[in-house]
Design a protein around this ligand. Structure first.
Ligand code: BG6
Length: 466
Protein backbone atom coordinates (compact mmCIF):
# COMPACT_ATOMS: atom_id res chain seq x y z
CA UNK A 1 0.00 0.00 0.00
CA UNK A 2 1.23 3.45 -0.81
CA UNK A 3 2.26 5.34 2.31
CA UNK A 4 0.90 8.86 2.47
CA UNK A 5 3.58 11.41 3.12
CA UNK A 6 2.76 13.63 6.06
CA UNK A 7 3.47 17.26 5.61
CA UNK A 8 3.07 18.32 9.19
CA UNK A 9 4.90 16.08 11.62
CA UNK A 10 4.85 17.10 15.29
CA UNK A 11 7.51 16.44 17.94
CA UNK A 12 7.34 13.07 19.68
CA UNK A 13 5.32 13.11 22.88
CA UNK A 14 3.18 16.02 21.60
CA UNK A 15 -0.04 16.30 23.62
CA UNK A 16 -3.17 15.65 21.62
CA UNK A 17 -6.45 15.96 23.40
CA UNK A 18 -9.11 18.34 24.52
CA UNK A 19 -10.20 20.57 27.34
CA UNK A 20 -13.42 20.71 29.30
CA UNK A 21 -14.49 21.81 32.74
CA UNK A 22 -16.31 20.30 35.71
CA UNK A 23 -19.23 22.72 35.83
CA UNK A 24 -19.83 22.34 32.11
CA UNK A 25 -19.83 18.54 31.97
CA UNK A 26 -20.40 16.80 35.29
CA UNK A 27 -24.11 17.36 35.80
CA UNK A 28 -25.29 15.95 39.18
CA UNK A 29 -25.37 19.56 40.27
CA UNK A 30 -27.41 18.91 43.39
CA UNK A 31 -26.17 15.43 44.14
CA UNK A 32 -23.71 13.83 46.55
CA UNK A 33 -23.21 16.91 48.64
CA UNK A 34 -22.34 19.47 45.98
CA UNK A 35 -23.54 22.99 46.82
CA UNK A 36 -24.38 25.96 44.62
CA UNK A 37 -21.87 27.87 42.58
CA UNK A 38 -22.67 31.36 41.28
CA UNK A 39 -24.05 29.68 38.16
CA UNK A 40 -26.65 27.63 39.99
CA UNK A 41 -27.62 30.64 42.05
CA UNK A 42 -27.85 33.03 39.11
CA UNK A 43 -29.87 30.53 37.10
CA UNK A 44 -32.30 30.08 40.00
CA UNK A 45 -32.86 33.85 40.03
CA UNK A 46 -32.69 34.68 36.32
CA UNK A 47 -33.23 31.69 34.02
CA UNK A 48 -33.91 34.10 31.16
CA UNK A 49 -30.25 35.04 31.09
CA UNK A 50 -29.50 31.56 29.70
CA UNK A 51 -30.05 30.41 26.12
CA UNK A 52 -33.39 28.56 25.95
CA UNK A 53 -33.45 28.81 29.74
CA UNK A 54 -31.14 25.81 29.99
CA UNK A 55 -29.23 26.01 33.24
CA UNK A 56 -26.14 24.50 34.82
CA UNK A 57 -27.83 21.38 36.15
CA UNK A 58 -28.30 20.21 32.55
CA UNK A 59 -24.70 19.44 31.85
CA UNK A 60 -23.61 16.24 30.16
CA UNK A 61 -23.68 13.79 33.08
CA UNK A 62 -19.94 13.09 33.07
CA UNK A 63 -20.40 12.44 36.81
CA UNK A 64 -22.16 9.20 35.93
CA UNK A 65 -20.83 8.50 32.44
CA UNK A 66 -17.14 9.22 32.85
CA UNK A 67 -16.05 5.61 32.21
CA UNK A 68 -17.85 5.50 28.88
CA UNK A 69 -16.58 9.00 28.09
CA UNK A 70 -12.99 8.00 28.73
CA UNK A 71 -13.45 5.16 26.23
CA UNK A 72 -14.67 7.76 23.73
CA UNK A 73 -11.58 9.83 24.49
CA UNK A 74 -9.48 6.82 23.51
CA UNK A 75 -11.51 6.40 20.35
CA UNK A 76 -10.85 10.02 19.46
CA UNK A 77 -7.10 9.79 19.98
CA UNK A 78 -6.64 11.54 23.31
CA UNK A 79 -3.29 11.12 25.03
CA UNK A 80 -4.19 13.91 27.47
CA UNK A 81 -7.36 15.59 28.71
CA UNK A 82 -8.07 18.65 30.81
CA UNK A 83 -10.98 19.06 33.11
CA UNK A 84 -11.52 21.03 36.30
CA UNK A 85 -12.37 20.14 39.85
CA UNK A 86 -15.44 21.93 41.14
CA UNK A 87 -14.61 23.73 44.36
CA UNK A 88 -18.36 23.61 45.18
CA UNK A 89 -18.24 19.82 44.95
CA UNK A 90 -14.96 19.14 46.73
CA UNK A 91 -15.44 21.60 49.58
CA UNK A 92 -19.15 22.44 49.47
CA UNK A 93 -18.92 25.17 52.12
CA UNK A 94 -15.95 26.81 50.40
CA UNK A 95 -13.71 26.07 53.35
CA UNK A 96 -13.60 23.38 56.01
CA UNK A 97 -14.90 19.84 55.45
CA UNK A 98 -13.90 17.97 52.31
CA UNK A 99 -16.71 16.02 50.62
CA UNK A 100 -15.66 12.36 50.61
CA UNK A 101 -17.99 11.49 47.73
CA UNK A 102 -16.34 14.16 45.64
CA UNK A 103 -12.90 12.85 46.57
CA UNK A 104 -14.00 9.42 45.44
CA UNK A 105 -15.36 10.77 42.15
CA UNK A 106 -12.24 12.76 41.25
CA UNK A 107 -10.01 9.85 42.29
CA UNK A 108 -11.96 7.53 40.03
CA UNK A 109 -11.77 9.93 37.09
CA UNK A 110 -8.03 10.40 37.48
CA UNK A 111 -7.39 6.66 37.87
CA UNK A 112 -9.59 5.80 34.92
CA UNK A 113 -7.80 8.32 32.69
CA UNK A 114 -4.40 6.98 33.71
CA UNK A 115 -5.48 3.35 33.26
CA UNK A 116 -6.43 4.27 29.69
CA UNK A 117 -3.16 6.00 28.89
CA UNK A 118 -4.60 9.52 29.08
CA UNK A 119 -2.64 12.12 31.04
CA UNK A 120 -4.97 14.09 33.32
CA UNK A 121 -4.50 17.87 33.27
CA UNK A 122 -6.36 19.32 36.22
CA UNK A 123 -7.56 22.88 36.51
CA UNK A 124 -8.82 24.28 39.80
CA UNK A 125 -11.13 27.08 38.75
CA UNK A 126 -13.21 27.55 35.61
CA UNK A 127 -15.41 30.60 36.32
CA UNK A 128 -17.17 28.65 39.11
CA UNK A 129 -17.09 30.54 42.38
CA UNK A 130 -19.00 28.71 45.14
CA UNK A 131 -22.00 30.85 45.99
CA UNK A 132 -21.11 30.90 49.70
CA UNK A 133 -17.76 32.43 48.76
CA UNK A 134 -19.37 34.97 46.44
CA UNK A 135 -21.56 35.98 49.39
CA UNK A 136 -18.32 36.91 51.17
CA UNK A 137 -17.32 39.13 48.24
CA UNK A 138 -15.88 36.62 45.76
CA UNK A 139 -12.48 37.61 44.41
CA UNK A 140 -12.80 41.03 45.98
CA UNK A 141 -12.32 39.37 49.37
CA UNK A 142 -8.99 38.33 50.86
CA UNK A 143 -10.80 35.72 52.94
CA UNK A 144 -11.91 34.07 49.68
CA UNK A 145 -8.37 34.22 48.30
CA UNK A 146 -7.16 32.37 51.40
CA UNK A 147 -9.98 29.81 51.16
CA UNK A 148 -9.07 29.18 47.50
CA UNK A 149 -5.43 28.60 48.42
CA UNK A 150 -6.48 26.04 51.06
CA UNK A 151 -8.78 24.38 48.49
CA UNK A 152 -5.88 24.26 46.00
CA UNK A 153 -3.59 22.73 48.60
CA UNK A 154 -6.25 20.13 49.44
CA UNK A 155 -6.37 19.16 45.75
CA UNK A 156 -2.57 18.88 45.51
CA UNK A 157 -2.46 16.67 48.61
CA UNK A 158 -5.34 14.46 47.51
CA UNK A 159 -4.49 14.00 43.85
CA UNK A 160 -0.92 15.27 43.37
CA UNK A 161 0.60 11.80 43.53
CA UNK A 162 -1.00 11.04 40.14
CA UNK A 163 -1.78 14.40 38.55
CA UNK A 164 1.37 15.86 37.03
CA UNK A 165 -0.09 18.91 35.30
CA UNK A 166 -1.96 21.45 37.38
CA UNK A 167 -3.58 24.75 36.43
CA UNK A 168 -4.75 27.31 38.93
CA UNK A 169 -7.28 29.12 36.71
CA UNK A 170 -8.83 28.98 33.28
CA UNK A 171 -9.09 32.36 31.55
CA UNK A 172 -9.04 34.41 34.76
CA UNK A 173 -9.71 37.62 32.85
CA UNK A 174 -13.14 36.37 31.84
CA UNK A 175 -14.73 36.70 35.31
CA UNK A 176 -13.25 40.22 35.42
CA UNK A 177 -14.60 41.26 32.03
CA UNK A 178 -17.89 39.40 32.20
CA UNK A 179 -18.68 39.85 35.90
CA UNK A 180 -17.29 43.33 36.63
CA UNK A 181 -17.03 45.29 33.37
CA UNK A 182 -19.51 44.25 30.72
CA UNK A 183 -22.52 42.89 32.64
CA UNK A 184 -22.39 39.43 31.06
CA UNK A 185 -22.01 37.12 34.06
CA UNK A 186 -23.00 37.17 37.72
CA UNK A 187 -22.45 39.30 39.85
CA UNK A 188 -23.26 41.72 36.99
CA UNK A 189 -21.27 44.61 38.38
CA UNK A 190 -20.01 47.41 36.14
CA UNK A 191 -17.10 48.98 37.94
CA UNK A 192 -13.56 48.99 36.60
CA UNK A 193 -11.88 49.53 39.94
CA UNK A 194 -13.66 46.57 41.49
CA UNK A 195 -12.78 44.54 38.40
CA UNK A 196 -9.13 45.51 38.83
CA UNK A 197 -9.36 44.32 42.44
CA UNK A 198 -10.79 41.00 41.28
CA UNK A 199 -7.94 40.67 38.76
CA UNK A 200 -5.24 41.49 41.30
CA UNK A 201 -6.66 39.18 43.97
CA UNK A 202 -6.95 36.38 41.41
CA UNK A 203 -3.28 36.79 40.56
CA UNK A 204 -2.39 36.71 44.26
CA UNK A 205 -4.55 33.57 44.70
CA UNK A 206 -2.80 32.01 41.72
CA UNK A 207 0.67 32.88 43.04
CA UNK A 208 -0.10 31.57 46.53
CA UNK A 209 -1.43 28.33 45.04
CA UNK A 210 1.78 27.97 43.00
CA UNK A 211 3.76 28.60 46.18
CA UNK A 212 1.75 25.95 48.06
CA UNK A 213 2.30 23.45 45.25
CA UNK A 214 6.05 24.05 45.18
CA UNK A 215 6.27 23.65 48.96
CA UNK A 216 4.80 20.17 48.71
CA UNK A 217 7.69 19.15 46.43
CA UNK A 218 5.47 16.99 44.27
CA UNK A 219 6.77 15.68 41.03
CA UNK A 220 4.72 17.76 38.58
CA UNK A 221 4.25 21.08 36.84
CA UNK A 222 1.94 23.95 37.66
CA UNK A 223 0.69 26.75 35.48
CA UNK A 224 -2.30 28.76 34.41
CA UNK A 225 -4.52 28.82 31.32
CA UNK A 226 -4.78 32.27 29.71
CA UNK A 227 -6.92 33.30 26.78
CA UNK A 228 -4.49 35.30 24.71
CA UNK A 229 -6.31 37.53 22.29
CA UNK A 230 -3.64 39.61 20.58
CA UNK A 231 -4.66 43.12 19.66
CA UNK A 232 -4.06 44.21 16.08
CA UNK A 233 -4.23 47.85 15.03
CA UNK A 234 -6.43 49.01 12.15
CA UNK A 235 -3.36 50.51 10.45
CA UNK A 236 0.31 51.11 11.03
CA UNK A 237 -0.43 54.71 11.99
CA UNK A 238 1.08 55.54 15.34
CA UNK A 239 -2.24 56.30 17.04
CA UNK A 240 -3.75 52.95 15.98
CA UNK A 241 -0.63 51.08 17.04
CA UNK A 242 -0.77 52.80 20.41
CA UNK A 243 -4.44 51.87 20.80
CA UNK A 244 -3.62 48.21 20.10
CA UNK A 245 -0.76 48.31 22.57
CA UNK A 246 -3.03 49.65 25.30
CA UNK A 247 -5.73 47.05 24.77
CA UNK A 248 -3.03 44.38 24.79
CA UNK A 249 -1.85 45.65 28.17
CA UNK A 250 -5.35 45.37 29.60
CA UNK A 251 -6.41 42.04 28.18
CA UNK A 252 -3.23 39.99 27.68
CA UNK A 253 -0.23 41.39 29.53
CA UNK A 254 -2.23 42.11 32.70
CA UNK A 255 -2.14 38.40 33.55
CA UNK A 256 0.63 37.09 31.31
CA UNK A 257 3.35 39.34 32.74
CA UNK A 258 2.77 38.75 36.45
CA UNK A 259 2.48 34.96 36.10
CA UNK A 260 5.58 34.62 33.92
CA UNK A 261 7.79 37.61 34.79
CA UNK A 262 6.59 38.17 38.35
CA UNK A 263 5.43 41.76 37.88
CA UNK A 264 2.76 43.87 36.20
CA UNK A 265 3.67 45.81 33.05
CA UNK A 266 4.86 49.24 34.15
CA UNK A 267 2.82 51.02 31.50
CA UNK A 268 -0.37 49.34 32.69
CA UNK A 269 0.24 50.53 36.25
CA UNK A 270 0.84 54.05 34.96
CA UNK A 271 -2.47 54.03 33.08
CA UNK A 272 -4.35 52.74 36.13
CA UNK A 273 -2.74 55.40 38.32
CA UNK A 274 -3.56 58.13 35.86
CA UNK A 275 -7.23 57.13 35.93
CA UNK A 276 -7.28 56.52 39.67
CA UNK A 277 -8.31 52.87 39.39
CA UNK A 278 -5.40 51.11 41.09
CA UNK A 279 -6.65 48.20 43.24
CA UNK A 280 -5.70 47.82 46.90
CA UNK A 281 -2.48 45.87 47.20
CA UNK A 282 -1.81 44.07 50.48
CA UNK A 283 1.57 43.81 52.12
CA UNK A 284 3.39 40.85 50.61
CA UNK A 285 1.23 40.60 47.44
CA UNK A 286 3.87 41.84 45.03
CA UNK A 287 6.52 39.67 46.66
CA UNK A 288 4.44 36.49 46.36
CA UNK A 289 3.71 37.28 42.71
CA UNK A 290 7.39 37.92 42.11
CA UNK A 291 8.53 34.69 43.73
CA UNK A 292 6.15 32.26 42.02
CA UNK A 293 6.30 32.18 38.27
CA UNK A 294 4.72 29.26 36.46
CA UNK A 295 6.32 26.11 35.01
CA UNK A 296 3.89 25.79 32.12
CA UNK A 297 1.48 28.09 30.30
CA UNK A 298 -1.78 27.06 28.67
CA UNK A 299 -2.80 29.29 25.76
CA UNK A 300 -6.43 29.46 24.72
CA UNK A 301 -6.81 31.06 21.33
CA UNK A 302 -10.02 31.67 19.43
CA UNK A 303 -9.83 35.01 17.63
CA UNK A 304 -7.85 38.27 17.55
CA UNK A 305 -8.94 41.59 18.97
CA UNK A 306 -8.88 44.47 16.48
CA UNK A 307 -8.76 48.06 17.57
CA UNK A 308 -8.29 51.60 16.31
CA UNK A 309 -7.54 54.95 17.91
CA UNK A 310 -10.43 56.46 19.88
CA UNK A 311 -12.61 58.53 17.59
CA UNK A 312 -14.70 60.50 20.03
CA UNK A 313 -13.68 62.10 23.28
CA UNK A 314 -15.07 60.51 26.43
CA UNK A 315 -17.00 62.84 28.75
CA UNK A 316 -14.74 63.59 31.72
CA UNK A 317 -17.28 62.47 34.34
CA UNK A 318 -17.75 59.00 32.79
CA UNK A 319 -16.47 56.17 34.96
CA UNK A 320 -13.29 54.66 33.58
CA UNK A 321 -13.41 51.73 31.16
CA UNK A 322 -10.54 50.42 28.98
CA UNK A 323 -12.56 51.38 25.88
CA UNK A 324 -12.03 55.03 26.76
CA UNK A 325 -8.55 54.56 25.35
CA UNK A 326 -9.33 52.84 22.04
CA UNK A 327 -12.24 51.81 19.82
CA UNK A 328 -13.01 48.33 18.58
CA UNK A 329 -12.38 47.86 14.88
CA UNK A 330 -13.98 45.43 12.46
CA UNK A 331 -11.71 44.40 9.62
CA UNK A 332 -13.85 44.50 6.48
CA UNK A 333 -12.29 41.48 4.74
CA UNK A 334 -12.06 39.26 7.81
CA UNK A 335 -12.82 35.56 7.59
CA UNK A 336 -15.79 34.60 9.73
CA UNK A 337 -17.11 31.42 11.26
CA UNK A 338 -20.68 31.94 10.04
CA UNK A 339 -22.06 29.53 12.64
CA UNK A 340 -20.74 31.52 15.63
CA UNK A 341 -19.91 34.96 14.25
CA UNK A 342 -16.33 34.94 15.46
CA UNK A 343 -13.44 35.90 13.22
CA UNK A 344 -11.14 33.09 12.11
CA UNK A 345 -7.53 34.17 11.75
CA UNK A 346 -5.23 31.18 11.94
CA UNK A 347 -1.83 32.87 11.75
CA UNK A 348 -2.48 34.68 15.04
CA UNK A 349 -1.67 31.41 16.81
CA UNK A 350 1.81 31.66 15.28
CA UNK A 351 2.18 35.29 16.38
CA UNK A 352 1.37 34.23 19.95
CA UNK A 353 3.99 31.47 19.78
CA UNK A 354 6.65 33.87 18.54
CA UNK A 355 5.71 36.45 21.16
CA UNK A 356 6.17 33.84 23.91
CA UNK A 357 9.46 32.73 22.34
CA UNK A 358 10.88 36.23 22.06
CA UNK A 359 9.32 38.14 24.94
CA UNK A 360 8.57 35.48 27.56
CA UNK A 361 11.86 33.51 27.68
CA UNK A 362 10.38 30.80 25.44
CA UNK A 363 8.68 29.19 28.43
CA UNK A 364 7.05 25.79 27.86
CA UNK A 365 3.44 26.19 26.77
CA UNK A 366 0.74 24.36 24.89
CA UNK A 367 -2.38 25.32 23.01
CA UNK A 368 -4.89 24.56 25.74
CA UNK A 369 -8.02 25.58 23.82
CA UNK A 370 -8.81 26.31 20.21
CA UNK A 371 -12.00 25.34 18.51
CA UNK A 372 -15.00 26.14 16.41
CA UNK A 373 -18.47 26.67 17.83
CA UNK A 374 -21.38 25.85 15.55
CA UNK A 375 -24.98 26.78 16.17
CA UNK A 376 -27.55 24.41 14.67
CA UNK A 377 -24.98 21.72 14.06
CA UNK A 378 -27.58 18.97 13.68
CA UNK A 379 -28.09 20.12 10.09
CA UNK A 380 -24.72 18.58 9.28
CA UNK A 381 -25.79 15.06 10.29
CA UNK A 382 -25.12 12.59 7.46
CA UNK A 383 -27.13 9.56 6.36
CA UNK A 384 -25.09 7.35 8.65
CA UNK A 385 -26.32 9.42 11.56
CA UNK A 386 -23.23 11.31 12.66
CA UNK A 387 -22.25 14.95 12.30
CA UNK A 388 -20.06 15.47 9.27
CA UNK A 389 -18.10 18.48 10.50
CA UNK A 390 -15.60 18.98 7.70
CA UNK A 391 -15.43 22.68 8.64
CA UNK A 392 -14.03 21.74 12.08
CA UNK A 393 -11.40 19.44 10.58
CA UNK A 394 -10.34 22.22 8.24
CA UNK A 395 -10.33 24.72 11.12
CA UNK A 396 -7.98 22.51 13.17
CA UNK A 397 -5.73 21.74 10.20
CA UNK A 398 -5.35 25.38 9.27
CA UNK A 399 -4.40 26.31 12.84
CA UNK A 400 -2.05 23.37 13.17
CA UNK A 401 -0.14 24.46 10.06
CA UNK A 402 0.74 27.66 11.89
CA UNK A 403 1.53 25.80 15.12
CA UNK A 404 3.89 23.64 13.10
CA UNK A 405 5.60 26.70 11.63
CA UNK A 406 6.01 28.16 15.13
CA UNK A 407 7.57 24.89 16.29
CA UNK A 408 9.96 24.88 13.35
CA UNK A 409 11.04 28.35 14.37
CA UNK A 410 11.82 27.28 17.90
CA UNK A 411 8.68 27.96 19.92
CA UNK A 412 8.41 25.68 22.93
CA UNK A 413 4.91 24.32 22.28
CA UNK A 414 4.17 20.95 23.86
CA UNK A 415 0.71 20.13 22.60
CA UNK A 416 -2.66 21.00 21.18
CA UNK A 417 -5.97 20.63 23.01
CA UNK A 418 -9.21 21.29 21.29
CA UNK A 419 -12.19 22.91 22.96
CA UNK A 420 -13.80 20.45 23.50
CA UNK A 421 -14.21 16.71 23.91
CA UNK A 422 -18.01 16.55 23.79
CA UNK A 423 -20.64 19.21 23.17
CA UNK A 424 -21.19 20.85 26.50
CA UNK A 425 -23.13 23.46 28.38
CA UNK A 426 -21.46 26.81 28.00
CA UNK A 427 -22.54 29.42 30.56
CA UNK A 428 -25.17 31.82 29.25
CA UNK A 429 -24.94 30.26 25.79
CA UNK A 430 -25.94 26.89 27.26
CA UNK A 431 -25.91 24.34 24.40
CA UNK A 432 -26.22 26.89 21.59
CA UNK A 433 -22.74 26.55 20.12
CA UNK A 434 -21.46 23.02 19.67
CA UNK A 435 -17.71 22.50 19.88
CA UNK A 436 -17.22 18.78 20.57
CA UNK A 437 -15.45 15.96 18.79
CA UNK A 438 -18.39 14.00 20.16
CA UNK A 439 -22.02 15.05 19.80
CA UNK A 440 -24.20 15.05 22.92
CA UNK A 441 -27.93 14.92 22.51
CA UNK A 442 -29.80 16.96 25.04
CA UNK A 443 -32.25 14.41 26.28
CA UNK A 444 -32.57 12.16 29.30
CA UNK A 445 -29.78 9.84 28.17
CA UNK A 446 -27.34 12.49 26.95
CA UNK A 447 -26.58 10.12 24.06
CA UNK A 448 -23.02 10.48 22.69
CA UNK A 449 -22.01 10.03 19.02
CA UNK A 450 -18.53 10.61 17.65
CA UNK A 451 -18.46 13.23 14.89
CA UNK A 452 -16.34 13.02 11.76
CA UNK A 453 -13.82 15.33 13.43
CA UNK A 454 -13.50 12.83 16.30
CA UNK A 455 -12.58 10.06 13.89
CA UNK A 456 -10.16 12.37 12.11
CA UNK A 457 -8.60 13.51 15.39
CA UNK A 458 -7.70 9.90 16.22
CA UNK A 459 -5.69 9.64 13.01
CA UNK A 460 -4.05 12.97 13.71
CA UNK A 461 -2.94 11.80 17.13
CA UNK A 462 -1.84 8.32 15.98
CA UNK A 463 0.20 9.75 13.14
CA UNK A 464 1.41 12.63 15.27
CA UNK A 465 0.58 14.91 12.39
CA UNK A 466 -1.25 15.08 9.11
C1 BG6 B 1 -13.92 29.28 26.22
C2 BG6 B 1 -14.22 28.88 27.66
O1 BG6 B 1 -13.27 30.50 26.17
O2 BG6 B 1 -15.07 29.41 25.40
C3 BG6 B 1 -15.28 27.79 27.74
O3 BG6 B 1 -13.04 28.47 28.34
C4 BG6 B 1 -16.46 28.10 26.83
O4 BG6 B 1 -15.66 27.58 29.07
C5 BG6 B 1 -15.95 28.30 25.39
O5 BG6 B 1 -17.42 27.08 26.88
C6 BG6 B 1 -17.04 28.49 24.34
O6 BG6 B 1 -17.87 29.57 24.55
P1 BG6 B 1 -19.24 29.84 23.76
O7 BG6 B 1 -19.75 31.10 24.32
O8 BG6 B 1 -18.95 29.93 22.31
O9 BG6 B 1 -20.15 28.67 24.03
Amino acid sequence: MKKTIQKYQFPSGFWWGSAASGPQTEGAAHEDGRKQSIWDYWYSKQPNSFHNQVGPEHTSNFYYLFKEDIQLMKKTGHNSFRTSIQWSRLIPDGHGETNELAVRFYNEVIDELLANGIEPFINLYHFDMPMCMQAKGGWESIEVVDAYVRYAETCFRLFGDRVKYWFTFNEPIVPVEAGYLYNLHYPNIIDFKRGAQVAHNTIVAHSKAVEAYKKLKLDGKIGIILNLTPSYPRSEEERDVKAAHISDLFFNRSFLDPVTKGHYPKELIEILKEHDVIPAIQKGDLEVIHANSIDLLGVNYYQPRRVKAKEEKVMPETRFMPEHLYDPYIKPDRKINPHRGWEICEEVIYDIMIDIRDNYSNIPFFISENGMGVEGEEKFRNLEGYIEDNYRIEFVQEHLKWVHKGLEEGANCLGYHLWTFMDNWSWTNAYKNRYGLVEVEINQEFQRTIKKSGRWFKGLSENNGF
